[in-house]
Every structure is written in structure tokens, then in C-alpha cells.
Design a protein around this ligand. Structure first.
Ligand code: CP
Ligand code: NVA
Length: 311
């Protein structure tokens, strides 16, 4: 049983196939095959979502499947039923589970106790659908309509600014190593990448550079990336985090310190005036809405790769 719980659940070769399939699904939207025909996929969301929820709902539908949205107030998981029992019961009904929740260990539990593929739609630890999409979004610009998407990422540098010890930074560490990129993390002391992510990254190369100097992080970068300073579940720390992370705001000056053709990326939602200046969001090399759109195409490709080929 194949799952997509973290970036490295696909090999580099499989990730390249995901990118190629996403490009074809994007080109052939409304005309391609429907590998989820006759299937129902549960979508468990314990946190808010615009992009992930809508793109999975639309994507499952476009692949011929039925998306079944389950908020925490809808199912007994929200009242204390165990992950193990939930996995066993849902496996009797549905063909796959997409889940957004807090603990990565809950995903591991779903995958271990269930009998259907599980897809990570964001945890506190990782957001792999987003990072695959971000890499694809850059690659489709660099490779053009027919070039090798994965090869176009080789040796490219991404600079991640701000909260360097949460899901998006962690996902860039795993993703960059898998895609042959380098990653520099610029964030305040005390927010260094955790031993847990270092250990996981070691399996695919383990390379990353952490610095407290934002200009050092962006030097030579092909992508400048940031995320909210207070993630879902950290709302009580908003002001304290803003004080620590203000030096890492992506301003026009900081963006200009990257390569002259660097892209600005953000998983969204963005907070203008906090982690990024409005003038960077308005910049012609800001590709945030391409990233948002590509969630649909890339996630469809991920789902298709998890479904066993029919004979
Ligand atoms: N980027 C992202 O995952 O957005 P949502 O929280 O809106 O799903
Ligand atoms: N780090 C953010 C990402 C949102 C897509 C959060 O977890 O809230």
C-alpha cells in the first residue's frame, strides 16, 4: 500500500513522474482519463483550508471519484474515537483518505491501521502536497512546455525566510534534497530546524544551510519563499513571533538580493506587511497564484500515482 505522508514517500524518479503527469493533466484538463472512477475518497480536515480543501475536492471529482468532506465536528474522531479505529472503519467504506491535522503521528497511525492510501494535506510537521506543487511551478517556468521538469530543478537554490522550524521549512528541507536543489533557511535563533527533520533529511542527503542572516540566506537564490509567522494553532504567539521574525520580512530590498530572475513564492494565505511586503506580492516575479492553481494539477497526479493500475 502506497501512501503520501512525506516528500520522500516517492523516489526522485516517482516524483519526476508526478511532475510529468501533472503537466499532462493541466494541459488536458476536462479530457484526460479518470483513474478514480467509482471511488470515494474521505477528506478529513481538523484545520481551516481554502486551497487544499477546494483543490482536492475538485481534483477527486475530475479524476472520476467522489470526495467526502469530513470536518472534525462531523465524525467521532473529534469526540475521542481513536485514529486506529477510524482508519479501520473508513477503510471498509472509502478508497483513500486525505487528511489535514496537527500531529504527523496521526497520519502514520491512519496509514498503519487502515487498508487504503493516506495523503498528507498538511500537519504541523510537513506539507508535502504544497512543496511538490511549488517545485512543479518553478520547473514549468524553467523547463518550458516540453523540457525535463525535474532536471530543471537540479542545482537551484531556494531561500526560506521566517519560521524555519515548522511545516513549510521542514517540507522544503525534504523536498530540496529529493529534487536536487539546495535550501538555505533564514530565521531567528531558537527557530533552527529540529533534530527530527534533520534525521529524516539525512536519508535523502541531509543538505541544508541555516543562518540567522536573511541576506546571507537569499544570496544566489532562484526562489525566495516565506510563510506566515504564526501558523494554525499558534495564534496565541502572534505578537511575540512578529517581534522575532520582522528582520526576515521579504521586502523589495531583500528580494532584490536574490538572483535577478528569482521567483517569489508563498504557500498562502499571505499577510501583507508581516512576512512579506505588499510590493513583493505585486512584483511581476511573484507566482503565488500559479502555485495555488497548480495544487489542483499536482495533487491529481499524486492521487493517480497512489491508485493501483487497473488490469
Ligand atoms: N497553502 C495552503 O495549504 O492553503 P490552505 O490552508 O488554504 O489549504
Ligand atoms: N505554516 C502554515 C501553512 C498554511 C498553508 C500553517 O500551518 O498554518
Amino acid at each position: 500500500m502506497k501512501h503520501f505522508l512525506k516528500e520522500t514517500d516517492f523516489t526522485r524518479a516517482e516524483a519526476a513522474e508526478v511532475f510529468a503527469l501533472a503537466r499532462r493533466y493541466k494541459r488536458e484538463r476536462g479530457r484526460h482519463e479518470k483513474p478514480l472512477a467509482g471511488q470515494t475518497w474521505a477528506m478529513i480536515f481538523a484545520k481551516s483550508s481554502t486551497r487544499t480543501r477546494v483543490s482536492f475536492d475538485v481534483g477527486i471529482h475530475e479524476l472520476g471519484g467522489h470526495p467526502l468532506f469530513l470536518g472534525m465536528n462531523d465524525i467521532q474522531l473529534g469526540r475521542g474515537e481513536t485514529i486506529g479505529d477510524t482508519a479501520q472503519v473508513l477503510s471498509r467504506f472509502v478508497h483513500g483518505i486525505v487528511i489535514r491535522t496537527f500531529k504527523q503521528s496521526d497520519l502514520d497511525g491512519l496509514a498503519a491501521h487502515g487498508r487504503v492510501p493516506v495523503v498528507n494535506a498538511l500537519t504541523d510537521f510537513l506539507h508535502p502536497c504544497q512543496i511538490y506543487t511549488d517545485a512543479f511551478t518553478a520547473a514549468e517556468r524553467w523547463a518550458g512546455p516540453t523540457g525535463d521538469l525535474m532536471a530543471s530543478l537540479e542545482g537551484r537554490k531556494v531561500a526560506f525566510l521566517g519560521d524555519t522550524c515548522f511545516n513549510m521549512a521542514n517540507s522544503w528541507i525534504l523536498g530540496a534534497n529529493l529534487f536536487g536543489m539546495t535550501v538555505a533557511l533564514g530565521g531567528p535563533p531558537g527557530f533552527e530546524p529540529s533534530p527530527e527533520i534533520r534525521g529524516l533529511a539525512a536519508k535523502t542527503g541531509g543538505r541544508f544551510h541555516y543562518t540567522a542572516d536573511p541576506f546571507e540566506a537569499v544570496a544566489g537564490a532562484d526562489i525566495v519563499y516565506t510563510d506566515v509567522w504564526a501558523s494554525m494553532g499558534q495564534e496565541g504567539e502572534t505578537e511575540a513571533r512578529a517581534r522575532r521574525m520582522m528582520p526576515y520580512q521579504v521586502t523589495k530590498k531583500l528580494f532584490a538580493a536574490a538572483k535577478p530572475d528569482a521567483l517569489f513564492m508563498h504557500c498562502l494565505p499571505a499577510h501583507a506587511g508581516e512576512e512579506v511586503a505588499q510590493e513583493v506580492l505585486d512584483h511581476p516575479r511573484c507566482v503565488i497564484f500559479d502555485e495555488a492553481e497548480n495544487r489542483l494539477h499536482v495533487q491529481k497526479a499524486i492521487l493517480a500515482k497512489l491508485v493501483p493500475a487497473r488490469v
